[in-house]
Design a protein around this ligand. Structure first.
Ligand SMILES: Cc1cc2nc3c(=O)[nH]c(=O)nc-3n(C[C@H](O)[C@H](O)[C@H](O)COP(=O)(O)OP(=O)(O)OC[C@H]3O[C@@H](n4cnc5c(N)ncnc54)[C@H](O)[C@@H]3O)c2cc1C
Length: 598
């Protein structure tokens, strides 16, 4: 059975026909040169790398895993060579700042490449994505000197990055971290403490690893307001940006044995008076992390979507070849002992659910990425501000909803293969294991939902949602006469109205009972996710009515998209009603059981 193939037609259709990426990039001077030809060339090159270089070492990497010995981590066979080829292709610096050797490409473009990399080999993708996140923190918050010293080598891929937040007693609640940073006479700091679960904290792919570490000064205020961010190299670096060879008292204590992403090293990292450099202002470490986290969390939604795509491809092909039973409407293949399982409505239910959510999830990820680009590059301050507010609303939904749907799709893909989905050979059980983590790290999905409901909705009194609704209204007003949308606009309007009604209900209940926020949060995140997927499908269906065969979209391809969109509207949108009912049910039945009754 064929390996992963980058879904180039779907990607191009979204970028060019649905989001008009070329026109968007042209409206911002810093991305003005990114035209359709360049987008196509980059995406096709990324497809070659992910299909030809990363996918072939995915299964072996899972089986071999990372090895730990004497503080050193060895990645599985083929990873070093693949990483070398990846860096030679210039991929690590794709979105990096041009002032320090990066290529300054928009997030919208790199997001789709991340999805491909996660689909082909999630463990490998993590080494590169952590470096992108770390270098972004540095470029946004670091001093000029730090940027000049570290960024060029990180953009080259010669040095990788890690994010060291979590400690044994401090996961979601980072205010409880104990890692200490003591000021030194030369302006640097001595960091001591232990971090756990650090992705890429130690490995053999690069000559240096630059850790971004959250720590507290001895006299820092208690809780989250006393956290600062430090850059701590594994091997010390001189002022010219060359490694000195002197190690910096940073040791990997062990690596975790995990359910999935087994070729990604998840490390315990011990800092023993390691030299660190402040990034951003003292006690503002969490704020620095949050700017970067919007990008990192987007990646986790893309991981879910990418693995869903890879599962879909296998499952769809299998369903066309596996012969079992006969079509309920009559024999389809007389010359065969049975019909392919694709004839069965229930198999189609699984495949169409997968595909409808994958396409919408990809569209939502690109939509959120476009807002990240506008918030960063748009010449108009007002446009930047609105986009930034939309980013803060969209990212927790994209992270949680896409990673949930992604995991669900991987399980469905496994189900399509029956017993063969459960055995290692086909790779679908690996996808299930690899997709699971995206629901947990970078803030669990429960915590994303709480962030959406509490901070982004209740605390803003619904203002951020209003901005999104305004975009939705503008779109529907502009396209209300489009024939292809007619039967779907009412479905969308009903779900949107239900969402607004639920928002008002929670806003008013939260005034009297703070538990109402957490009680509504998960279903609310899912409802907003579903409404956003619906909004994405409206946009896709609109684009199908104007796309041209000469642009590479033959009528059969477009017809297929329309049918998947219709499935989404009629078979998946009804869930909006049950989610609204769940939200309306309120906190009482959740909170009435006493602790000792659990
Ligand atoms: C493979 C892997 C890689 C990782 N990579 C990194 C990395 O590179 N860097 C790094 O710093 N960390 C990393 N992590 C850590 C990861 O981000 C945390 O595991 C995650 O944020 C959750 O923290 P926790 O495990 O301590 O769970 P806890 O915070 O203990 O949460 C346990 C449960 O309680 C819920 N919960 C907690 N607080 C609340 C609340 N206030 N309201 C509602 N529910 C709540 C959570 O949703 C969850 O269901 C990684 C973890 C894994 C497993």
């Amino acid at each position: 059975m064929a390996g992963y193939r980058a879904p180039l037609k779907d990607i191009q259709f979204l970028l060019q026909e649905v989001f008009g990426a070329q026109a968007l990039f042209a409206s911002m001077p810093e991305t003005g040169e990114v035209n359709n030809e360049l987008i196509s060339a980059v995406v096709q090159e990324a497809a070659k790398i992910t299909e030809g270089l990363l996918a072939p070492i995915n299964q072996g990497g899972d089986q071999q895993g990372c090895q730990f010995e004497n503080g050193l981590v060895t990645t599985p066979a083929g990873f070093k060579e693949a990483y070398a080829a990846y860096t030679q292709g210039g991929w690590p610096g794709l979105t990096g700042s041009v002032d320090y050797g990066g290529q300054g490409m928009p997030k919208m473009l790199s997001a789709i490449i991340e999805e491909m990399a996660f689909a082909a080999n999630s463990s490998f993708a993590l080494y590169t994505i952590l470096t992108t996140g770390a270098s972004l923190s540095l470029s946004l918050h670091g001093s000029e000197e730090l940027k000049r010293t570290y960024l060029p080598r990180m953009y080259e891929g010669a040095w990788s990055g890690s994010m060291c937040l979590t400690e044994p007693q401090a996961g979601t609640d980072l205010g409880m971290i104990r890692t200490r940073a003591v000021p030194s006479a030369d302006g640097s700091y001595k960091l001591s403490g232990s971090k756990i679960f650090i992705t890429g904290g130690e490995h053999d792919l690069t000559e240096n690893i630059i850790h971004f570490v959250l720590a507290k000064l001895p006299d820092a205020p208690a809780g989250p307001r006393g956290i600062s961010l430090f850059l701590v190299p594994k091997i010390l670096v001189d002022a010219k940006g060359n490694i000195t060879g002197e190690s910096n008292n940073v040791q990997c204590g062990s690596i975790e044995h995990k359910m999935g992403i087994r070729a990604s090293a998840t490390c315990v990292m011990n800092f023993d008076e390691a030299q660190g450099f402040l990034v951003g202002e003292l006690n503002h470490g969490l704020a620095c992390m949050f700017t970067m986290m919007n990008y990192e969390r987007l990646s986790m939604g893309l991981q879910g979507n990418g693995l869903a795509e890879s599962s879909y491809q296998l499952a769809a092909q299998y369903a066309g070849e596996r012969l079992q039973g006969r079509a309920p409407s009559g024999i389809q293949q007389e010359d065969k002992a049975a019909d392919p399982i694709l004839v069965h409505p229930d198999v189609r239910r699984m495949l169409l659910t997968m595909r409808a959510n994958i396409v919408a999830g990809r569209a939502l990820s690109l939509y959120a990425a476009s807002k990240l680009d506008i918030s960063r590059f748009h010449p108009d301050q007002n446009e930047r501000d609105v986009a930034e507010q939309l980013v803060s609303l969209l990212i927790p939904v994209q992270k949680a909803y896409c990673s949930d749907r992604g995991f669900e799709a991987c399980v469905m893909g496994q189900q399509v293969l029956g017993g063969h989905g459960y055995v290692v050979e086909w790779g679908l059980e690996q996808n299930v294991r690899d997709a699971r983590i995206a629901q947990i790290y970078e803030g669990t999905n429960g915590v994303q939902a709480l962030d959406l409901m509490g901070r982004k909705t209740v605390r803003s009194n619904g203002k951020l949602l209003q901005l999104l609704v305004q975009e939705m209204d503008e779109f529907t007003a502009a396209n209300m006469n489009n024939d292809r949308l007619q039967q779907h606009l009412a479905i969308f309007e009903e779900a949107r109205a239900g969402l607004l009604h639920c928002t008002t209900t929670v806003l008013s209940r939260a005034l009297d009972n703070p538990d109402e926020i957490g009680a509504a949060s998960y279903a609310y995140m899912e409802l907003l996710g579903l409404v956003l997927y619906c909004f994405m499908w409206l946009r896709i269906l609109t684009a199908t009515s104007s796309s041209e065969p000469e642009n590479g979209y033959p009528p059969d391809y477009v017809d297929g998209l329309v049918k998947v969109g219709e499935f989404f509207m009629h078979r998946l949108m009804p869930r909006a009603q049950s989610l609204a009912a769940e939200i309306e049910a309120g906190a009482e039945t959740l909170m009435s059981l006493r602790a000792e009754q659990f």
